[in-house]
Ligand binder design. Structure first.
Ligand SMILES: [Zn+2]
Length: 273
């Protein structure tokens, strides 16, 4: 699933091509993509709207429109937004097309049809409960420490909880915990101050590095131009098959399920709780 670095890359690479442009047409091949309002209202309101900005909050993309509403998109497991020249051939798994003036189209590709779009006045009901943005200046190690006090869930599950911290999923949680030398099953509230500081630094380093590499193309993630990200080439444990060796100590990487997600870690560099 696209996580913060992938969605940030999509935002960065879409913006110069769509901000300042008007939506001239909307085609939906899969109505289930539109969560709110009705498909008819969605289509009729969007046509004629100018896009004034694109922002990211957690794993959500927020398009500001001239009429004051916002188009919110969540790509879920397999969604991509592709920039295409007008009237280009329809690729596989395209669920919606937004046509823009200037001969550009935005194709919503989504093999598993799990992506969601909303058109709303107020985004609070969608993104209001998200935790802090890990790359913003106000997300300090003190904030992380304070949020972890008395937390009794495994730190891996806590990092993937979007209300705890926004934008991190399975891949970058595994990478950050490896970089910090913390076992994924450690309980959130059990981390020492030193470990919290290491984890905070690791989260920021792992996410910035992945943004620098334009995201990780591990399954179906494409950048808007159709290219791939290369962040997964830097992964040290995430998405490794069990049995591959730790790049630091050579111990075989292990995989355990935590809340139904496979978690990869090095049993030596990340000692058991
Ligand atoms: Zn190791």
């Amino acid at each position: 699933m696209p996580e913060l670095p992938e969605v940030e890359t999509i935002k960065n690479e879409l913006s110069p091509h769509i901000v300042g442009h008007y939506i001239t047409g909307v085609t939906l091949f899969w109505n289930g993509l539109v969560r709110q309002p009705s498909v008819e209202e969605f289509r009729s309101h969007l046509i004629g709207q100018g896009i004034t900005g694109v922002a990211r909050r957690g794993k959500y993309l927020l398009f500001s429109l001239t009429g004051g509403k916002k188009l919110v998109i969540h790509l879920k497991m397999t969604g991509s937004l592709l920039l295409k020249p007008a009237s280009s051939e329809l690729g596989r798994f395209i669920r919606a097309i937004l046509r823009l003036d200037g001969e550009t189209e935005l194709h919503f590709r989504d093999p598993r049809k799990l992506g969601v779009m909303w058109l709303v006045e107020d985004t609070d009901a969608i993104v209001g409960k998200l935790g802090p943005e890990p790359l913003e200046a106000n997300f300090t190690h003190q904030v992380l420490a304070q949020r972890l006090v008395n937390r009794k869930a495994p730190i891996k599950a806590i990092l993937c909880d979007q209300t705890f911290i926004a934008g991190i999923g399975n891949m970058y949680a595994d990478e950050a915990l490896f970089a910090a030398g913390i076992h994924p099953l450690r309980l959130g509230g059990s981390l020492s101050q030193d470990e919290v500081e290491r984890l905070h630094g690791a989260i920021q380093q792992v996410l910035w590095s992945a943004i620098g590499n334009k995201g990780a193309s591990v399954d179906t993630y494409f950048r808007p131009g159709g290219g791939l990200g290369t962040a997964h080439f830097q992964f040290r444990v995430a998405h490794r098959l069990s049995g591959k060796s730790c790049p630091v100590c050579g111990t075989p990487i292990e995989r355990i399920p935590i809340r139904n997600r496979g978690s990869y870690f090095c049993p030596k560099c990340q000692p058991e709780p």
